[in-house]
Design a protein around this ligand. Structure first.
Ligand code: ATP
Length: 361
């Protein structure tokens, strides 16, 4: 294990980081995800040495670094605003950490050239930072952070200042670079899509507490609670009450709700009677007429539709609730066109429902 946080806490008075125990493996792309103010940056700053924990220990490569200052930890940070030196060229910005280490000029030249190649900005090496674009500044900052071959690279929302197209491109490159150089990347983001796309594992935070750590798939498909489920993607929710015991043949259980009576499957966790059933939009099928399959069916009416190019998003009103469902363009073109007010059915399989204890907040 590269990094271990052992019951790390931070008390800022108004904000408390609850005891955080976390292990990150060498070469892993790990993300801290959560809404604004949940404490992600605080965790990053504690690891970087810019804040001291109130209690707990931080172990890097088997060494207790809890009380080491930032420059004595083999950790580098790419800040949101890059923090490049305006009076230096791109080359010299990248060379800076090596010059601090008093490395030989020839070694500096070969390491910086290697990093310039890695982030594909060799031809910009003699420019000053006001002569490069935001995306190029981002690459320079990344190269400067990688040049000293840190054990761990901390990334504090590094893509947030880029326009959407460039952000998508840099996302792909970040992941490729992480795997190429074999350095562990720890990313702070509030963007769930970014975390899903980039990470080997994600830790989801809420109000100073780490709620779940897992692979993107585990967090998306098996969230520990409704907060994580809602934060990590679109959800349709049905609040209901479990009835009786699971069927011995199918393992299915009856659910009574305002939206109707359904069959669901428990995911193995103990559940109270009052549950929230979470259905991802892509797990629901939109039907123009009633089906006779064994799936769960809900009848409603089209409230709204948004054309998104490759797919159309429909809002379907069922009772007092609105459900979101997508239809791929190829599918939609084969079928009858839908208008606001049309009666439709939403079908879903008992296996595809995520069943969680009901939460009031
Ligand atoms: P964002 O996505 O908005 O950056 P975040 O999840 O990274 O949010 P943090 O920056 O870790 O959140 O802040 C968590 C809480 O700790 C906030 O309420 C913040 O005001 C508080 N906080 C952070 N640093 C300090 C500090 N040095 N002194 C006092 N309070 C602080």
């Amino acid at each position: 294990m590269l990094l271990n946080l052992e019951a790390v806490t931070k008390n800022f008075g108004g904000f408390q980081l609850h005891p955080l125990t976390l292990s990150i493996e060498r070469g892993e792309f790990f993300s801290l995800l959560g809404p604004s103010g949940c404490g992600k940056t605080t965790v990053l700053r504690l690891i970087g040495g810019f804040e001291s924990p109130t209690s707990g220990r931080i172990i890097l490569n088997g060494q207790d670094i809890t009380s080491l200052p930032p420059h004595r930890r083999n950790i580098h940070t790419v800040f949101q605003r890059y923090a490049l030196f305006p009076h230096l060229t791109v080359f010299e910005n990248i060379a800076f950490p090596l010059r601090l280490k008093k490395m030989a000029a020839s070694e500096i030249c070969s390491r910086v050239t290697e990093c310039l190649k890695l982030v594909e900005i060799e031809d910009l090496k003699d420019r000053r930072t006001h002569q490069i674009s935001g995306g190029q500044a981002q690459r320079t900052a990344l190269a400067r952070a990688l040049v000293a071959k840190p054990d761990l690279l901390l990334l504090d929302e590094p893509l947030s200042a880029l326009d959407p197209e460039l952000r998508m491109k840099m996302r792909e490159e970040l992941k490729t670079i992480c795997k190429k150089v074999g350095i562990t990347f720890l990313l702070v983001t509030h963007d769930q899509e970014e975390a899903l796309q980039l990470s080997d594992r994600i830790a989801v935070f809420k109000a100073g507490q780490c709620l779940q750590v897992g692979t993107p798939k585990a967090i998306y498909e098996d969230p520990v609670d409704t907060f994580v489920a809602r934060f990590i993607g679109s959800v349709n929710e049905i609040a209901g009450e479990l009835q009786g015991e699971p069927s011995p043949e199918t393992g299915e259980l009856a659910l009574a709700s305002n939206a109707g009576n359904f069959k669901i499957k428990k995911n193995g966790h103990p559940l109270p009677r009052q549950v929230s059933v979470i259905l991802r939009p892509e797990k629901m099928r939109l039907l123009r007429s009633k089906s006779t399959t064994q799936e769960n069916l809900m009848e409603g009416e089209i409230q709204d539709q948004t054309y998104l190019g490759s797919r159309t998003e429909y809002s379907v009103k069922i009772g007092n609730s609105t459900f979101k469902v997508f239809e791929q363009e190829l599918e939609r073109l084969k079928k009858r066109r839908l208008n606001t007010g049309d009666r439709v059915f939403l079908a879903w399989r008992s296996d595809d429902a995520i069943v969680l204890p009901q939460q009031t907040v």
